[in-house]
Design a protein around this ligand. Sequence first.
Ligand SMILES: [Zn+2]
Length: 79
Amino acid sequence: MTQAADHDDDLSIFEKSCAYCGARFRVLASHGPFADHPEGYSCPECGKQYQTEAALEPEVRLLTPRRDGKQDRYQETMF
Ligand SMILES: [Zn+2]
């Protein structure tokens, strides 16, 4: 195997605080040439949906548990 730099899996990593439950999590979004499109990911604690530009479904890692002391799941109230 060569040690050549692999530009095929560029990652953008950012941290996010959930607006609903206050949990902090890290989002790893991979990017490919001409492959980015809106991809959904959800808060690991309450399931609230977010969206970012990525080539694949982003990976989410919990950093800090939720701070609202509840156990409920976020419910979209769009209907
Ligand atoms: Zn949440």
